[in-house]
Design a protein around this ligand. Structure first.
Ligand SMILES: Cc1cc2nc3c(=O)[nH]c(=O)nc-3n(C[C@H](O)[C@H](O)[C@H](O)COP(=O)(O)OP(=O)(O)OC[C@H]3O[C@@H](n4cnc5c(N)ncnc54)[C@H](O)[C@@H]3O)c2cc1C
Length: 420
């Protein structure tokens, strides 16, 4: 059995690791020319994604992930604040649960480790063709092809693979975008960091439907595993930074924000944060220009059939199927859960206990059980921002948000869902 994966993001790489460790031939194509040549900030992986990675990676490999991540003490609660950085309420985290708080580029580098020739970079997928014998051929922009028994679209938001399967885009713009960046923590910037970030990240809500996600990312200050103990796969220790992301409705941004340079984006972020805490505004101004980028958020319809195609030789996972905004901190974790599940089903095919269409059918059905809920949870903060876009909404925030949080918590308790 040969599996062709399109997209060496979090989900595609996790799948490639799981399959190659399970002795299944796998090839991953990504249009990026280098694993490091991508943007991204800090990802939060919940206990389910951690369990998946622990299952699918060699112990020394998983150990390097833990040693490259901020330790559990960096995330003991999630705070909600107003634009003056006054705490509205906080959600305590389950400290017994394992989590990873790791830079996106760092995680990508570690998940690519050891794949060797199975990872084909600078390879842009353009389309595919299935054959009567059950195989499938992927076509690439350079004229090359790759034939296998299963094609997996792990090609993220705007997935060409999933679009071809569904006959339509699998997600739509969420109406909200973000300007995100990293500010190096130095003797000059550290004193400006709001105290409420010490126990963990915060999402602050301000006037006009503007939000701000903030988190200190300082893996060296207390990793769960000593990087020096990583002898099989080296840990990657990032320098300390404040990771921030301004969230606002699309209409609040200048035209074509993607075309702005770093100074233009920091200026636009500063304009959106007018009236916010002066320290926070100064921290945003002190961002590393190379780290600043605009992200338009997309979301799948959580109530729709996420995989409206018959199970066969082509499927998809991660954002390609169930794009969600980063406001739930669940997108990468959900992609990794998908990879784990698909690998589990494909290992049964390897052992002669299943077939590829059956494995794909079971994977798609099992994934639907959690993915729609993850999209729904991730969209919720965007709805709060919309409601807070009016002056009356802003005044009501201090009263309403704790109630909303309590309802959300209750909902999670009732559905058995864990905080992402
Ligand atoms: C640049 C970037 C920065 C991000 N930053 C954050 C962040 O800071 N915080 C956060 O929570 N989430 C972030 N995300 C989203 C988060 O990483 C994803 O939600 C999560 O990783 C889902 O994983 P995935 O494997 O489904 O898709 P992704 O990790 O997005 O990977 C998709 C991959 O497919 C490749 N690809 C797409 N089209 C083609 C094609 N036609 N041919 C070949 N390759 C293709 C892309 O180059 C990409 O590497 C970011 C995503 C991107 C792309």
């Amino acid at each position: 059995m040969k599996v062709v994966v399109i997209g060496a993001g979090m989900g595609g790489l996790a799948l490639a690791q799981a399959l190659s460790r399970g002795g299944i031939e796998v090839v991953v194509h990504d249009r990026d020319r280098a694993v490091e040549a991508t943007g991204g900030y800090r990802l939060h992986l919940d206990h389910l994604a951690c369990a998946a990675l622990r299952r699918r990676l060699a112990p020394g490999h998983y150990q390097a992930l833990l040693a490259s991540s901020a330790g559990r003490r960096a995330f003991t609660r999630f705070a909600f604040a107003d634009h003056r950085m006054r705490l509205l309420f906080a959600e305590a985290q389950d400290l017994a649960a394992e989590t990873l708080m790791i830079g996106r580029v760092t995680l990508r580098r570690l998940l690519a480790h050891g794949l060797g020739d199975a990872l084909r970079l600078g390879s842009e997928f353009t389309g595919h063709r299935t054959h009567p014998d059950g195989t499938v051929t992927a076509h690439f922009a350079d004229g090359g092809t790759e034939t296998g028994d299963l094609l997996v679209g792990a090609d993220g938001v705007g997935s060409r693979v999933a679009h071809a399967l569904a006959g339509r885009p699998t997600s739509a713009p969420a109406g909200v975008g973000g300007i995100a960046g990293r500010t190096p923590l130095t003797a000059g910037t550290r004193p400006l960091v709001p105290a409420l970030l010490t126990p963990g990240p915060a999402l602050a809500f301000g006037p006009g439907g503007v939000g701000l996600f903030l988190t200190v990312h300082d893996p060296a200050s207390g990793p769960a595993v000593d990087p020096a103990a990583c002898t099989e796969v080296a840990a990657i220790t990032e320098p300390p930074s404040l990771v921030w992301g301004v969230l606002a409705p699309d209409r609040a941004y200048p035209d074509r924000p993607r075309e702005l340079d770093a100074a233009g984006l920091v200026g636009a972020a500063g304009a959106l944060l007018g009236g916010w805490s002066p320290d926070v505004r100064a921290l945003v101004r002190a961002a590393d220009p190379a780290s600043v980028a605009f992200f338009g958020f997309h979301a799948a319809d959580p109530d729709a059939d996420l995989t409206p195609w018959p199970a066969g030789a082509v499927t998809a996972l991660g954002d390609a199927v169930h794009a969600m905004p980063p406001t739930g901190g669940m997108a990468a974790a959900t992609a990794i859960r998908d990879a784990d599940l698909l690998a589990e089903e494909l290992l049964l095919v390897r052992d002669g206990e299943s077939t590829i269409p059956l494995a794909v059918h079971r994977y798609q059905k099992r994934m639907a059980a959690y993915a729609g809920e993850a999209v729904r949870t991730s969209i919720q903060p965007l709805r709060w921002l919309e409601r807070l876009a009016t002056p009356a909404g802003t005044r009501a925030a201090r009263i309403a948000l704790p109630a909303v949080a309590a309802a959300t918590r209750l909902g999670r308790t009732l559905t058995g869902a864990r905080h992402g």
